[in-house]
Write a protein that binds this ligand. Structure first.
Ligand SMILES: [Zn+2]
Length: 191
């Protein structure tokens, strides 16, 4: 962190002042304390997290129509152990979040700016004791898939439910050997 003031923590941050100072947090939350630090997110976890959570927040400001705007950029990555909703086996999910927020002076300004906001950012209101970690947790929760699933898996019981071979179907080995002789022929013709 570039700017260090003892009373400022990621749990209680004077948001706009921190941004004015070009504040940066680049932090890691160890796996052992994630359940306490992010109880809403890790209540969904089926087993203790194995990997630490990484997050980075930085403040910057710019001028738009001679009005100074305050921005918060947020990146986070976390691993969650869930249950796959298709095969019901454990699923290790890697969550990635990359967001930016326009910081309004107060709640009233925030709702006004919200109406004009673009799709690529959200508006948050300034708070003298802003909880940055709660925002990280909120964004990771929003990044969760509605139905967590492996990319490829089968519902339980599918492997046993193989249809019996019909007698009029060609024997699989006969098909294989005819394919093999075709490729052999191809090889010969290439020689
Ligand atoms: Zn699965």
């Amino acid at each position: 962190m570039r700017f260090q003031a003892n009373e400022w923590t990621a749990r209680s941050l004077p948001l706009m002042t921190w941004i004015e100072h070009g504040g940066v947090f680049d932090a890691r939350i160890e796996a052992e304390v994630l359940v306490q630090e992010m109880p809403r997110l890790y209540a969904l976890s089926q087993s203790s997290p194995r990997e630490s959570l990484r997050w980075r927040a930085s403040g910057l400001s710019d001028l738009a129509l001679s009005e100074r705007r305050y921005w918060l950029r947020l990146e986070a990555s976390a691993q969650l152990m869930l249950v796959c909703q298709r095969c019901m086996h454990p699923l290790s999910l890697d969550l990635q979040v990359k967001r930016r927020f326009l910081v309004a002076r107060n709640e009233a300004m925030a709702s006004k700016l919200e109406d004009a906001a673009q799709d690529d950012y959200d508006v948050i209101a300034h708070d003298k004791h802003f909880d940055l970690l709660a925002l990280v947790e909120d964004e990771l929760l929003l990044a969760l898939p509605i139905v967590p699933k492996h990319l490829q898996c089968e519902p339980p019981g599918t492997s046993q439910a193989v249809a019996p071979l019909q007698s009029n179907r060609p024997k699989p080995f006969a098909v294989l050997s005819s394919l093999k002789s075709i490729t052999d022929d191809d090889k010969r013709s290439e020689d």
